[in-house]
Design a protein around this ligand. Structure first.
Ligand SMILES: Cc1cc2nc3c(=O)[nH]c(=O)nc-3n(C[C@H](O)[C@H](O)[C@H](O)COP(=O)(O)O)c2cc1C
Length: 308
């Protein structure tokens, strides 16, 4: 069973992915946050930078595309094939209102005939293998059974299933009962995704679903960067490891972005997750959030790590 690092837009860009892989590793594969092409612009410069092979050395990356027209999807897929990619992932799970309103992301699940037409054309002409990442449905988890019927008619490399519906966004419990039914019947290689945050969560899921091709983890690997390694029997994270990871990440963002403001924003976003590693340090965490220069920010992080 393979372990995948989930795509997280705004967080798991190439700098994060490569620094994470160097310090912790443990994931077999990383997925890029979605590329969102439009007609005649298959990729923005920023998106190209994220998937360039020379920016992703040392990791196995699967780029992800979000589109509602197969011709647009194929335009981007061809650029990715020229870069050397042999697999592309199709995003049918993004719950954002503006995305769904355009019939993209989870919005693709609203019209299964449309999805069928999309896959017909994409699978016939894509220069590489296609995997798909979906939710169970738009509103009702039972929608997944009709979705499965559609997906099974196409030669998809893998189906990554986030066991929530669009209406859940990221709330509520993943519907493991429904996922179980899918796992029993599904003929495609199937990967589970949703709320695997501890080694115990992983073990429980693996026992329940030993036949899965993969398990995808997102937020769990932010809450505990050593999670993949621990799942593989490795040791828990040490403070000095986190300090080194944190410093390299901060320095790489600083080099890439102009000015303290953007780097601070990027780093503070991560503290929404990292804060859980320091449950007894609410004062120090507040100071980190309030830091208005990188110098102060680094001092406050150092202070927090000394306290713990
Ligand atoms: C901030 C954030 C950004 C995300 N961006 C993407 C994305 O670009 N593409 C995608 O397929 N899923 C995206 N997701 C969903 C995750 O890949 C994953 O399916 C979800 O977080 C559930 O898995 P987890 O409980 O292991 O985090 C995002 C989730 C979060 C929290």
């Amino acid at each position: 069973m393979k372990l995948y690092f989930a795509p997280m837009e705004g967080i798991t860009g190439y700098i994060f992915r490569t620094v994470f892989a160097k310090h912790f590793g443990g994931a077999d594969q990383y997925y890029s946050p979605f590329l969102a092409p439009v007609q005649d612009q298959w990729m923005t410069n920023r998106e190209r930078g994220d998937v360039l092979p020379e920016h992703n050395e040392g990791i196995r990356l699967v780029p992800q595309i979000m589109a509602n027209r197969a011709s647009v999807f194929l335009g981007t897929a061809r650029v990715l094939a020229e870069m050397g990619y042999q697999e592309v992932n199709f995003n049918c799970g993004c719950p954002s209102g503006t995305v769904v309103a355009k019939g993209k992301g989870a919005g693709m699940l609203r019209d299964l005939d449309g999805l069928r037409r999309f896959l017909e054309e994409a699978c016939a002409h894509a220069p590489m293998e296609i995997s798909i990442k979906t939710r169970l449905g738009m509103r009702e988890p039972e929608e997944v059974f009709d979705l499965m019927e559609v997906l099974q008619d196409y030669p998809l490399k893998e189906w990554i299933l986030h066991a929530r519906v669009r209406e859940d966004y990221y709330k509520n419990q993943p519907r493991r009962d429904i996922f179980k039914e899918v796992a029993k019947e599904c003929k495609l290689p199937l990967c589970y995704n949703g709320d695997i945050c501890t080694v115990e969560d992983f073990k429980e899921m693996k026992e329940m679903f030993p036949q899965l091709s993969g398990m995808m983890i997102g937020r769990g690997a932010l809450l505990d960067p050593s999670l993949f390694r621990r799942i593989r029997g490795g040791c828990a994270m040490e403070k000095r490891e986190f300090a080194a990871f944190h410093e390299e990440l901060c320095a790489r963002y600083e080099e890439y972005m102009s000015g303290d403001r953007n780097t601070l924003f990027k780093m503070k976003e991560l503290w929404a997750y990292w804060a859980y590693m320091f449950p007894d340090s609410s004062k120090a965490l507040k100071k980190i959030r309030k830091a208005n220069s990188l110098k102060v920010y680094r001092q406050e992080v150092e202070q927090l790590l000394e306290e713990n």
